[in-house]
Design a protein around this ligand. Structure first.
Ligand SMILES: Nc1ncnc2c1ncn2[C@@H]1O[C@H](COP(=O)(O)OP(=O)(O)OP(=O)(O)O)[C@@H](O)[C@H]1O
Ligand SMILES: [Mg+2]
Length: 252
């Protein structure tokens, strides 16, 4: 299958607030899509809509050929196994250990024996370099380790599509680089399609994918690094150059 996620005329809102309006977007198998944009612009809402967590007001969200919006909640839940999501701020379970956090989606969705589950958890923890911290609780590990744990949990089911919501948030420049490298390595290892939200333009360029700006209820695909840097839209230039003055509105 060539296109793994497609949004057709998708609008998403809450109450009287329209967050995304008539969004059209298509992500091909094996692609990297990088979402940038001002805080409050709708990046998380877009990811959660792709994951079938938020239901659009109108339009179609087609994931691996199946329209999410026509499915019942249990059917959506089943299809969502093909998708792994690292939530913003990782959304870890504080009362579960590192090991148990990765076990969670496997118990929830999988049909694994205890031995298979143990093997899979160890593989994921090893992939993100957390094997020696398996017994610790989220409050006992650093911010960078928590981000990596969120990544291990997102890939536990070996999903075809992995959605990363701000995986470098709060990391120092070295750990930001390491997290980006990890995401690139895991993509290659599992042959996945990835969609990554980031506030770091360095990370956005390093991921070497297609960049899209989420702002003013729109998703504007700006192309690769060179195309984005040369993009004529003033919103793109304001954002990538980090200018205070310009057409973009930022949450205060
Ligand atoms: N469940 C919800 N109910 C009501 N409003 C929501 C909900 N989720 C998000 N919003 C609103 O949608 C808008 C976009 O939020 P979103 O979290 O997608 O921003 P973002 O681009 O991810 O920002 P950040 O970069 O700070 O993470 C905000 O105004 C937010 O308040
Ligand atoms: Mg967000």
């Amino acid at each position: 299958m060539d296109t793994v996620i497609e949004l057709k005329n998708v609008s998403v809102g809450f109450g009287n607030d329209l967050i995304l309006k008539n969004v059209n977007l298509s992500v091909k198998n094996g692609d990297t899509l990088v979402l940038i944009g001002p805080s409050g612009g709708g990046k998380t809402v877009l990811l959660k809509t792709m994951a079938g967590i938020y239901h659009p007001l109108k339009g179609q969200v087609i994931c691996e050929g199946i329209d999410f919006t026509t499915l019942t909640q249990p059917e959506r839940y089943k299809l969502a196994q093909h998708l792994g999501m690292q939530f913003q701020k990782s959304a870890l379970f504080d009362s579960l250990t590192v090991y148990e956090n990765v076990a969670f989606p496997l118990k929830e969705h999988g049909h694994f024996s205890a031995a298979q589950m143990d093997e899979r958890i160890k593989e994921c923890l090893n992939a993100v370099n957390l094997s020696s911290s398996a017994h610790l609780y989220p409050h006992e590990i650093s911010g960078g380790m928590r981000q990596r744990l969120g990544i291990a949990r997102a890939i536990a089911m070996k999903p075809n599509i992995v959605l990363y919501d701000d995986p470098t948030a709060g990391l120092d420049p070295i750990n930001t680089d390491k997290a980006v490298e990890l995401i690139i390595d895991l993509k290659q290892k599992y042959n996945a399609t990835i969609i990554v939200v980031t506030h770091s333009m360095n990370a956005a360029y390093r991921l070497n994918g297609t960049i899209a700006l989420v702002a003013n209820q729109e998703v504007l695909v700006t192309g690769d690094q060179e195309q984005t840097k040369a993009h004529p839209d003033p919103r793109v230039q304001q954002f990538i150059q980090g200018k205070l003055q310009g057409p973009l509105t930022f949450e205060s």
